[in-house]
Each structure stands twice: as structure tokens, then as C-alpha cells.
Design a protein. Structure first.
Lengths: 723, 158
């Protein structure tokens, strides 16, 4: 794959995350699957409807014929009252196994413990584009509620028929249909016993309104928490198969290198070692990971690579390596006319903000186990896109997609970093040669080098503001970071906002919040610069320029809880940053303290007010909000990928600092539960406020304006130390 | 290759390995104890933490030859007769995990701390836990879980 294709593929859902044609499911598979489920009640939906669930414009089988018989099964109620729900979404720590289980329990009226969720197994679950874009809660939670509600109503109808009563007098509770008038009840399993009943998801089915929820919307502990605290849970890197070998890839000396020669004689002579050389791929499989490492080390390979740029010149590079947008792509948004307003402005402020590349650094590195059986390929992989990985495998091995099954065990995090098939392709290639299952687990160094990164960027912002504090013009140019969150939510009559694609110096892709963190940093820092220009309080200035009532609410209520208007201790600064991302409203407040005698700056506390509509699990939501802030702290203060001539320089935790216990200030999450609004995702949006809030708090106490992420090095250059 | 007698979770195992082989490798690949995780291989993240004689050790940088004959405890050995260790229970009670890949190592480090200091101060917790990375950022809850397990009571959860 060329670099260009990779960068195109992985930048972000808004732009180009999914270039591959979506896969096709075959009707025979699905029918077989229904047989496999056995007797009981199954709720199905036509695959066309499933496709419509996916993001607009990206539905599957574009241009292909519809197969009307094609169906997806979403829910099964078995003979022993065991409930199985099927979803293509995957668990990487966002706690959706629990929140989706709650959705099923709520509508189906069954105990949480009776529900098993099958997630991310391409053979069993309906097609899904992937777990990204904070879509699980708005899309899948709703879908599983609808499916479960349909099952509940079908069961009530069955009981009504059996008992020859009006369905309206029956209720469903605790896995039973109850007739209170006749004092009788029937367990769901009794109603379906011995039959195979198929219920098609109706077009419309009333859902239980959030205000009446008793299981959804509540704090329910992680459904499989015990498996995690006992070490019993099997992550992708823990999977073993009979006769399994361990794979190791011999990596090139630099990015975009070509394999010139490889002396594999010594490795090939080692007992039990298989060596594969295929184009630029060079790898080994052996009976243990230690043996595989030895064999890989015994290979002498020569690579050829062109000279490449380095992180020292990143921002200059981004300004000088622009790409033409592809035809049909328009990344420029204009309203009114900014030029005459800037020319006549009372106050005009222009500034450039720089964003470094950062790494996801998921604690579980990429891992996959691949097993061939004839021309059937099964792969267990840690990925946020099981169907995408299936497609990549099918393409790489020239297989029809129904010959490939990808399973995704709950994985050791992703943060947008596990969209591609890398380790799965490597394991499958080695397994095919070795004729045995092969596991590939990337080392930390490989993870820091060969995964993709959150794009670096340069953002140029100009704003004009009147003496009354109303912003009159706004111009915003983003080079390379991406389009997520680049439009302003402030009420500004004249705007020009443009994204400029770049032939990126590194392999780059999705990340928690995508470019929204960079864009919010630039926008919200610049809001403070404008507020300072007209000598207004930064929070008051934001509220003056906001019309959206939900956004006003997070700023106002968050500010109140934080004590924004309280007297600030000497040498303490407050900062705020917030916005709207992935349909969530966020405002983050930060207090920093400066010790003038040592120039030490300490982050004292952080508060994030967050509105994501109806809350589906308050405790899980708090965990996401705090976690996002702590992750955001790293990118805000000290994370930056350093690279030089096609190599990553800081490719280890000892060289790349991520937040640790000591870095965490007092953190508070303030939930604004809008039961009148549909629930939306929460894994990404809460990350966007902390960087600008810190920058603004530091400005408040030091007068130093920080315009580069991470901010630590710039602070150090000015003689300050962040502790 | 030399043979080593390892005592892991109260059971004896004979393993054949080069002396410098990491204990992590032995646990995961030879004994099938996959609750102990690989995170970095340079003792920087704590995911591979086990107890050697009750004290936390990074198994990725512990050579098998050094621990032969010593009492090794992994996450799988903390649970007795299906009853969770108080630290495991506290992690559940505080919801102190997200993807939970760090959880084994966090729990083992916390057990080691509490073995040494049954009532640690917050500073003690920071000192002894700072080598464990939770990339999901669950640190405040892990702090709360350790306080809870130590009987120090639960501070308000963020």
C-alpha cells in the first residue's frame, strides 16, 4: 500500500477513514446462522436496514445489487431463557459491553445476568463499519433497544394469543409475561419452547422513554468486571491455539524502505523456524516468541530508503507540502465576507498554533492470532474495525470475504489507533507459510513506530472583535490536522474556515477526538486572545458570543460549579476551554498555581461539565470523562513524537512520557443529564477542553501565551516548570 | 538448556529455559498464566507486575534464574477458593478500570504496597504506583480502590 493510500485511509471518518468497498455477506451464511441459533425467538432486520444504520453516505454495497433475502440477526432468546444479542461494535474500554447490555435488559425486561453480548465476530454479528466516531451510543444503543422492544412485544403477543386475552393487559417483567388480572405468568422460554420463531424488526416500535428507565441510565457495574480483576479475561494477545507458533516481523531500517537483500540461511536452519520473504515483508514463525526473536535477529537484511524529514522541521513541512483536495472534496466554509471586516476592525488578533504528532500508545500493543483451515482464515485481532480487517485480509490473500472470519476479544484499548489490519495481516501471512496458527504481538517499540499517529498540524487563526465584545470576523486555516471540529460554534457573521490537506510526513490516522483536540485548542486559546484584546472575562466573552443553549449551559453551569467568579488566590489562574464535538457539549475548567520563587506551575484541579443527552450509565460516563481528560493532559503538556529520517526517535515509554499517577490533579466530572435528548457518545468529546483550558489558565497567571501542543517544552523555554 | 524449579501460586513447575529468559515469557508462554501482561518490556509500565516473596517485581525484566525457588504470585493466585482478594474487590467496587489491560499489574503493585504498608498515605500510593501506566486514565479510581482496600475509606469519586 502506498503511503498516500494509508494516509487517505486513516485520517478520520469525516474525511477518508473508509476507502474500501464495504463487504458483502452471503445469504447462505445467514440462513445457516439461524439454524445454528436453534429454537427460540430471534429478532432479525433486513441487511439493508442494518446498512442504513451506518453513517450517512457510507452504507454498504454502494452500487451493488440488494439481496432482499439478506437478513441480520440481532437478538436471540433461547430455551433456557438465555439471551444473546449481536453487535459489530467492540469493547476497548469504553464500557459499551455493559451499557449495551443495559439497553437490552431495559427493553426486554430481563435480568442483566441473563444477557450475553456477542461483539465484533464477523461470522455472527450484523455488518458494522467499526467502533469509532462515538457512534455506539447514538446508533447501536438505540438499535438494541428497538430490537429488544420488538422481542418483548412479540412475546407479549404470543402470550395474549395463548391465553386468548388482550395484549394490552399484559406486561413484561423479569423475563416473564405477566397477566395480573388472571394471576398468571409465563417465562419467555415457556412461550417459545420447541419453536423457531422469527420476528422482523418493525419499522416503528415504541421505546421506553428515558425518564422511565430502571436499568438503562443507571450505574451498573462492568458486566464482566470479575474476569478483569482475576486475570481470566483473554485479550487478543492472550489467545492461544493448538500447535500455535509465534511470529516476528523483521522491520525495515526506515519508513518507506525497500528490501534489497536478506540473508536468511541461519534463521532457516534453526529447528522449527519458518521464514517468509514476500515483497517487502520479511518475518519468521517459531515455537516460542523467544525463538522467533532469535531467528529474526539472525536475519541480515539490507534496506534502501530515501532521506526523509524530521520532527524538528514539522511545522514548516506542513506549510510547504500541501496536497490538492481530491475532486469533490470541499474543505472550505465561508459565510459573509471576512476581508472588509478585518480591514476595518477595532481589534484584530492573529496567531498560529502548532500541534505535534502524538501516539495512541494503547497498553495492549497490536496483536493477532491467525489460523488457516484449507482456504478458510480465522483471525483473532485487537481492532476497532473487525469487518474492515476482514476486508483487508480478503484483499491481501485474494479470498472472498466469506472465507475470512475476524473475532475481536475485548481489547486492551484503542483510542482510534486500532483501525487497520497490520498485525492480522502479518500473522495470517506467517500462518499460511508455516501451516500452523501464528500469533503476532507487537513490541512496544513496534507499536511506537509502525502504528499510525494523530496528525500534527499548523492552525492559523484571525479574529476581529468590536469594543462591545462581539466577534465580527473569524478566519481559520488548518494544515493537516483534519476537519473534525474545525467549524466554530460561536455566533460570528463573517467566517472563512478551511482545511488544507498535506502529503503527511508520517503515517497518520484516527485518534480519540481526531482533529477536534487540535482545532479546539486553537479556537479556544484564540477566544482568550480576543477576550484579552477587549479586556473581557474569558467566560463572559464566550457566553456573549454563543447562541446554542446547550453549549451555554455547560459553560454556565460548569463555571458556577467550578467557582469561576470566586476570588482567586494570589498566583492562581483559572482557564476555560470547551465546545461541541461528536454531538456532545463540553466545557473544561482548570485552576493552576504558580510558585513565583521556583517558577513551578501546578495544575490544581480540573472540572469538566458534559452534556451527551440522556446518560446511559452515569458511572461509566464519569470514567470516560475523567479518563479523556487525563489522556488529554498528556497531549497538552508533554507528548510528542520525535522522528528523524524515517525513524521514530522516542519509541519507548522511557522516552515518550504519558500521564502517570503523579500527573493527575483533582478531577471532577459534572454530568448534565438531558433525559429529553437522545443519548450520544461520550468517549471522545470530553478530551477537547483540557488543552486550551490549561493554556488559558497559564496565561491568566503568567501572561505567557502557549500556542504549541504539547505546551511543556515551550513553558520550559520560558523558564517555567510544570509539575 | 538448564531446568529451573519455579513456585508459582503455590504450585511447583519445572521449566527449561536459558538463564536470562524473562519470567514474563515463562509465565505467559510456558505456564499459560496470561493474566500477567506484556506492556513495554523495559519495566516502565507495570503491566507485567507479579509478586516475588510478596514484593512487586516487573516480570519482563526479571530473569528466570534469579527467581527459581522463590515464591511467585501472579494475578491468578490472588483469588482463594473463588473469594477475591480485598484489593481485587476494591477495584470492582470503585469501578477502577476501563480496558483493564493494566489492571493485573495495578492490583499486584497495590497488594505489594499494602503488604508493606497496610495504611499508606496518598503520597505512599503515588510513590509506589507511579511506575504503573493506565493509558485510559483511571488513576483517581485506582487511588480510591487502594484507599478502600486499606480501610482508609472512600474519598469522593470523581
Amino acid at each position: 500500500m502506498t503511503r498516500r493510500m494509508l494516509s487517505k485511509q486513516a485520517v478520520e471518518p469525516e474525511r477518508c477513514e473508509l476507502v474500501k468497498e464495504p463487504p458483502v455477506l452471503f445469504e447462505s451464511d445467514r440462513r445457516g446462522f439461524l439454524r445454528f441459533l436453534g429454537t427460540g425467538l430471534v429478532v432479525i432486520c433486513s441487511a439493508a436496514k442494518t446498512a442504513a444504520l451506518q453513517e450517512s453516505g457510507a452504507g454498504r454495497r454502494r452500487g451493488g445489487p440488494e439481496l432482499p433475502q439478506e437478513i441480520d440477526a440481532w437478538l436471540h432468546i433461547g430455551e433456557k431463557d438465555e439471551i444473546t444479542a449481536f453487535t459489530g461494535k467492540v469493547e476497548v474500554g469504553q464500557n459499551i459491553r455493559t451499557s449495551l447490555t443495559q439497553a437490552v435488559a431495559e427493553e426486554l425486561r430481563v435480568p442483566i445476568g441473563s444477557i450475553a453480548l456477542v461483539m465484533g465476530d464477523t461470522k455472527l454479528v450484523p455488518y458494522d463499519m467499526g467502533t469509532f466516531g462515538s457512534l455506539t451510543t447514538p446508533v447501536m444503543n438505540l438499535q438494541l433497544r428497538r430490537v429488544s422492544g420488538a422481542a418483548r412485544d412479540a412475546l407479549i403477543a404470543m402470550a395474549a394469543k395463548q391465553w386468548s386475552v388482550d395484549a394490552a393487559r399484559l406486561t413484561a417483567t423479569d423475563g416473564k409475561v405477566v397477566d395480573t388480572q388472571a394471576k398468571r405468568s409465563a417465562k419467555y422460554s415457556e412461550l417459545v419452547r420447541g419453536q423457531q420463531i422469527t420476528q422482523v424488526l418493525p419499522a416503528e416500535d415504541p421505546l421506553i422513554p428515558p425518564a422511565q428507565w430502571t436499568v438503562a441510565g443507571q450505574t451498573i457495574p462492568k458486566v464482566d468486571g470479575r474476569d478483569f480483576v482475576t486475570g481470566r479475561h483473554q485479550y487478543p494477545s492472550d489467545i492461544t491455539r493448538p500447535g500455535m507458533l509465534y511470529g516476528k516481523v523483521v522491520r525495515s531500517s526506515a519508513f518507506n524502505a525497500t528490501l534489497v537483500s536478506a540473508d536468511t540461511n541461519v534463521a532457516e536452519a534453526m529447528p522449527g523456524v519458518t521464514v517468509v520473504r514476500d515483497g517487502n515483508f520479511l518475518g519468521v514463525a517459531a515455537v516460542s516468541s523467544a525463538e522467533a526473536e532469535k531467528a529474526a535477529a539472525a536475519i541480515h537484511a539490507e534496506w534502501k530508503a530515501e532521506p526523509q524529514s524530521s520532527s524538528k522541521e514539522l511545522f514548516e513541512y506542513l506549510k510547504t507540502h500541501q496536497e490538492k483536495p481530491e475532486e469533490g472534496d470541499n474543505y472550505c466554509f465561508v459565510s459573509g465576507d471576512v476581508a472588509p471586516v478585518f480591514a476595518a476592525a477595532e481589534h484584530k488578533v492573529s496567531a498560529t498554533y502548532n500541534i505535534n504528532y502524538i501516539a495512541h500508545a494503547p497498553l495492549e500493543t497490536r496483536a493477532a492470532v491467525a489460523e488457516w483451515s484449507g482456504d478458510q482464515l480465522t483471525v483473532w485481532a485487537g481492532t476497532q474495525r473487525p469487518f474492515g480487517v476482514r476486508g483487508e485480509l480478503a484483499t491481501a490473500f485474494h479470498l472472498p470475504e466469506e472465507k475470512v472470519r475476524v473475532l475481536m476479544p475485548d481489547t486492551g484499548s484503542g483510542y482510534g489507533g486500532k483501525h487497520t489490519a497490520d498485525a492480522a495481516l502479518e500473522a495470517a501471512r506467517l500462518a499460511r507459510a508455516a501451516k500452523k496458527p501464528v500469533k503476532v504481538v507487537w513490541t512496544r517499540e513496534e507499536e511506537f513506530t509502525w502504528a499510525y499517529f494523530r496528525p500534527g498540524g499548523v492552525i492559523e487563526v484571525s479574529g476581529a472583535v468590536g469594543a462591545d465584545g462581539k466577534i465580527t470576523a473569524w478566519e481559520f486555516h488548518n494544515y493537516n490536522s483534519g476537519t473534525a471540529g474545525y467549524r466554530t460554534y460561536y455566533d460570528i457573521p463573517n467566517q472563512k474556515i478551511e482545511f488544507h490537506p498535506v502529503d503527511s510526513p508520517l503515517r497518520q490516522g484516527s485518534y480519540r477526538g481526531l482533529a477536534a483536540t487540535a482545532n479546539h485548542f486553537a479556537r479556544e486559546a484564540h477566544m482568550d486572545e480576543l477576550a484579552a484584546a477587549v479586556k473581557m472575562d474569558p467566560l463572559e466573552f464566550r457566553l456573549k458570543n454563543l447562541k446554542d443553549e446547550r453549549l451555554q449551559a455547560v459553560f454556565e453551569q460548569g463555571g458556577k460549579k467550578f467557582g469561576w467568579n470566586n476570588a482567586r488566590p494570589a498566583n492562581h489562574g483559572f482557564g476555560v476551554g470547551g465546545g461541541f464535538e461528536k454531538r456532545g457539549y463540553v466545557a473544561t475548567f482548570v485552576e493552576v498555581a504558580l510558585k513565583p520563587e521556583t517558577s513551578e506551575i501546578t495544575i490544581q484541579r480540573v472540572l469538566t461539565a458534559f452534556d451527551c443527552g440522556t446518560v446511559v450509565n452515569p458511572d461509566g460516563l464519569r470514567n470516560q470523562i475523567i479518563g479523556a481528560n487525563i489522556m488529554g493532559l498528556g497531549g497538552a503538556l508533554f507528548e510528542a513524537i520525535e522522528y528523524q529520517n524515517g525513524r521514530i526517535v522516542n519509541n519507548a515509554f522511557s522516552k515518550y512520557r504519558v500521564p502517570r499517577f503523579r500527573d493527575v490533579p483533582r478531577m471532577e466530572a459534572m454530568l448534565i443529564d438531558r433525559k429529553d435528548k437522545e443519548p450520544v457518545g461520550a468517549g471522545e468529546a470530553p478530551i477537547v477542553g483540557i488543552a486550551p483550558a490549561i493554556a488559558n489558565a497559564v496565561f491568566a497567571v503568567t501572561g505567557v501565551r502557549l500556542r504549541t501542543l504539547p505546551m511543556g517544552p515551550q513553558l520550559a523555554a520560558k523558564g517555567f516548570l510544570v509539575t | 538448556m538448564p531446568t529451573y524449579e519455579l513456585r508459582v501460586n503455590g504450585q511447583s513447575h519445572s521449566v527449561e529455559a536459558e538463564p536470562e529468559t524473562s519470567l514474563l515469557f515463562i509465565l505467559r508462554e510456558q505456564l499459560g498464566l496470561t493474566g500477567t501482561k506484556y506492556g513495554c518490556g523495559e519495566a516502565q509500565c507495570g503491566a507485567c507486575t507479579v509478586l516475588i516473596g510478596g514484593r512487586a517485581k516487573r516480570s519482563c525484566r526479571t530473569q528466570v534464574s534469579v527467581v527459581a525457588g522463590k515464591e511467585i504470585t501472579t494475578i491468578e493466585g490472588l483469588t482463594r477458593n473463588e473469594k477475591l482478594h480485598p484489593v481485587q474487590q476494591a477495584f470492582l467496587d470503585e469501578g477502577a478500570m476501563q480496558c483493564a489491560f493494566c489492571t493485573s499489574g495495578m492490583i499486584m503493585s497495590a497488594v505489594s504496597l499494602l503488604n508493606e504498608k497496610p495504611h499508606p498515605s496518598d503520597n505512599d500510593i503515588l510513590q509506589s504506583m507511579d511506575g504503573n501506566i493506565c493509558r485510559c486514565g483511571t488513576y483517581p479510581r485506582i487511588m480510591a480502590a487502594i484507599r478502600r482496600a486499606s480501610g482508609a475509606g472512600k474519598e469522593q469519586r470523581p
